[in-house]
Design a protein around this ligand. Structure first.
Ligand code: AMP
Ligand code: ZN
Length: 470
């Protein structure tokens, strides 16, 4: 069955064709690690996870690269303002490196709790400075760059088709870009490839370059690292819709100018999570909810958020509400109730999908839904139709476990908890000992460490229990 995906480049749903048979190169723009991710950001990462799982469900092997932006993303959109990481460091009285390391871990913790599959490659911008410098030199050699007093810029007027992703008239893009004026720029849409450290300031993150000491602009990292870890021309590149006009437009311009090849064939974008009144959830807007504050601290399983996001197609804005989350929590718990008797009836050790028993007709229906540009609301309806149908419990079990490869609700694990891995047993034993020795600081540290690995500790009067979060 064909897989249809909506391509922002063409503004159409297209039958997906991989460049190399059954292999897909996927690049997803990762977080800027100066604060916790909010659940709006996480909505985008869940959409990308579903995309990856659907590709795999269709038999593709996916090589997935995600970057960590730990330098160069400024507080103003157009290469103006402070570096977000350095401003986070000032805010918290830590070093820029500590801030980046701390929020990278927090992000990885969040995506694990949402059962988002890890990328094959995590790459930090600060680990690929030479590749970024090299790419800027290639652009320089081809005459696409110019220098100003504060950096090296890309001349967007030299790249024809600058608006091919945004589909906007150049004048309207320029109008938007004019807000933050930099009189030395030749065109309002030009963007920094390299920025100089300000005179007499020693930044925490800065490097030597052929143009002077400084740091890379935000956009160049994604081009350099997708060429480094994937190739010059690959299949799918994703992010949130806010990336269309500036970040991805600039990535395309600089990559295609340097290589002379098309950069990615498909560009896919997830719509925003919004709050009542239509405002987008944003770190700067003060309406910023995290997975911890909205779910974990309230005892709501994070996977309820995964379920909640499946109620709305990824290209439609989703409105956050407590009622919506409560409904999703009930929906997930109802699903688990439906699956439990199917699993319990199965002999031990048969949690794996038995492909022979997957119900072909329902699989076809489910596949039709997810292959229609990842239509998860319809996919969830197929799940209910299948579970309420008259097919045998064995077929239902095999079929729901097969669907769960895309849904990612950990349905088998949630019904029959597996024994704790030895490493977790060891940490649990150490924590028991710390509690008995009344070493509360160590006990707290071990509880956090278990939580980082996805296990919740419950303290009771007569002991403690360690439970895998699902
Ligand atoms: P950032 O950490 O700001 O670079 O953003 C990480 C990802 O979240 C990017 O792909 C953004 O496009 C996306 N994003 C930002 N705000 C929202 C939102 N309110 N809803 C959905 N995605 C968002
Ligand atoms: Zn990017």
């Amino acid at each position: 069955m064909e897989l249809y995906l909506y391509n922002t480049l063409t503004r159409r749903k297209e039958a997906f064709k991989a460049l190399f048979e059954d292999y897909v190169g996927l690049y997803t723009c990762g977080p800027t690690v100066y604060n916790f991710a909010h659940i709006g950001n996480l909505r985008t990462y869940i959409f990308e996870d579903v995309l990856k799982r659907v590709l795999q469900y269709n038999g593709y092997r996916v090589r997935h690269v995600m970057n960590i932006t730990d330098v160069g993303h400024l507080t103003g959109d157009r290469d103006m303002g402070e570096d977000k990481i350095e401003s986070g460091a000032t805010r918290e009285g830590k070093s820029a490196w500590e801030i980046a390391a701390f929020y990278t871990r927090a992000f990885q913790d969040d995506i694990r709790r949402l059962n988002i599959m890890e990328p094959d490659i995590w790459c930090r911008a600060t680990d690929s400075i030479p590749e970024q410098i090299d790419l800027i030199q290639r652009l320089e050699a081809k005459g696409y760059t110019y220098r100003t007093s504060d950096g090296v810029y890309f001349d967007t007027a030299k790249f024809k088709d600058y608006t091919k992703l945004s589909h906007q008239r150049l004048e309207s893009l320029q109008e938007g870009a004019r807000v933050e004026k930099n009189p030395e720029k030749r065109n309002p849409t030009d963007f920094a490839l390299w920025k100089f450290s300000p005179p007499h300031v020693r930044r925490q993150m800065e490097w030597e370059s052929p143009w002077g000491v400084g740091f890379p602009g935000w956009h160049i990292e994604c081009s350099a690292m997708s060429m480094k870890y994937l190739a010059d021309h690959l299949d799918i590149h994703c992010g949130g819709t806010d990336h269309i006009d500036v970040h991805h437009t600039n990535e395309i311009a600089q990559s295609e100018a340097a290589t002379g090849k098309k950069f990615f064939n498909y560009w896919m974008h997830g719509a925003f999570l919004i709050v009542r009144g239509g405002k987008k959830m944003a770190k700067s807007a003060g309406n910023f909810l995290t997975l911890d504050s909205t779910f974990v601290k309230k005892g709501i399983p994070p996977l309820a958020y995964r379920f909640a996001t499946f109620q709305t197609h990824y290209r439609k804005p989703m409105e956050y509400s407590e009622e919506g989350i409560a409904a999703a929590r009930n929906g997930l718990s109802h699903l688990r109730h439906q699956v439990r008797p199917l699993m319990e009836a199965a002999p031990e050790g048969t949690e794996k999908v038995d492909p022979g028993r997957v119900h072909a007709e329902f699989r076809e229906k489910f596949l039709a839904a997810v292959n229609n540009d990842l239509n998860m609301p319809v996919a969830l309806a197929v799940v209910q139709e299948m579970l309420k149908s008259k097919i045998t419990p064995g077929e239902k079990r095999a079929t729901i476990l097969d669907f769960d490869r895309v849904l990612g609700f950990l349905l088998a694990e949630s019904v029959r908890p597996a024994a704790l891995p030895p490493e977790i047993e060891r940490l649990a034993a150490e924590r028991r000992a710390a509690r008995e020795a009344r070493n509360w600081a160590l006990a707290d540290r071990l509880r956090d460490e278990l939580r980082q690995r996805g296990y919740t500790v419950q303290d009771h009067k007569d002991g403690m229990k360690v439970i895998k979060e699902t």
